[in-house]
Design a binder for this molecule. Structure first.
Ligand code: PXP
Length: 241
């Protein structure tokens, strides 16, 4: 069975659009868990554009499953992770202007810094993963820095899939090869980014896949699954007057 980690960042994106108290990511966690999510992923970005510090601590306190904390490799966020003590962290690259995490982390280019961070986190009992592109040198670098897991960035695959399945075939093959190399290096193999209700099937066929982290498509789908009831409920009130 492939595990599902639900990324709830965009519940907070909606809340921050109006600087309101709702919709609450904490409330979303309980619903995701009730629906079968195996873990909950949140990304406390340096720019705090969606999830806030208060959210991650509240989520950790209320949740029943496992917290997977996405984080940049900065001193500030490493300190938050050490205090928060999530079940796992996934180290991601971060650029201020990006709409979302655009590419994988360059682990090979910063091995000594990442080794230090990995050790600090593992000393607190936190499982460490790295969000990387399906490149052999990056996978080997993850093993060298002592990472427990990798999460392959499936964003390129998802973008190519939009052009048609055959356009995504070569990238899918790279991801498959990445899973083989991960196993050889004793790394837990996860994947995520841009996965949706159409493009996820071929990814699920990959052997050795532990967990998928999916956010945007689930939150987007939830809007339509819930919109009808939300309008009915407001209409019911207005009809009384
Ligand atoms: N995994 C990682 C490491 C991510 O940074 C993200 C996006 O925050 C996701 C998975 C989820 O991507 P999406 O929202 O496109 O499903």
């Amino acid at each position: 069975m492939i595990k599902l980690g639900v990324n709830i960042d965009h519940i907070a994106t909606l809340r921050q659009a109006r600087m309101e108290e709702y919709p609450s990511p904490v409330k979303a966690v309980a619903l995701c868990e009730k629906a079968g999510a195996d873990s909950i992923t949140t990304h406390l970005r340096e720019d705090r554009r969606h999830i806030q510090d208060k959210d991650v601590f509240e989520i950790k306190q209320c949740m029943r499953t496992k917290l997977n904390f996405e984080m940049a490799a900065t001193d500030e966020i490493v300190n938050v992770a050490l205090k928060l003590q999530p079940y796992s962290v996934c180290i991601v690259p971060e650029k201020r202007q990006e709409v979302t995490t655009e590419g994988g982390l360059d682990v090979a280019g910063q091995k000594s810094r990442l080794s230090e961070i990995v050790k600090k986190l593992q000393d607190k009992g936190i499982i460490v993963s790295m969000f990387i592109d399906p490149e052999p040198n990056q996978i080997e670098a993850c093993a060298e820095v002592g990472s427990d897991a990798i999460e392959i960035h499936t964003g390129k695959y998802a973008n190519l899939f939009k052009l048609g399945k055959k356009h995504a075939a070569a990238e899918l093959e790279k991801i498959k090869q990445a899973s083989v190399l991960a196993k050889q290096n004793k790394l837990i193999f996860n994947a995520g980014h841009g996965l949706d209700y159409n493009n996820v099937y071929d990814i699920c066929d990959i052997k050795n896949l532990n967990e998928l982290n999916i956010g945007f498509s689930i939150i987007a789908q939830a809007v339509f699954d819930g919109l009808e009831k939300a309008v009915i409920d407001m209409k019911k009130i207005l009809l009384k007057y």
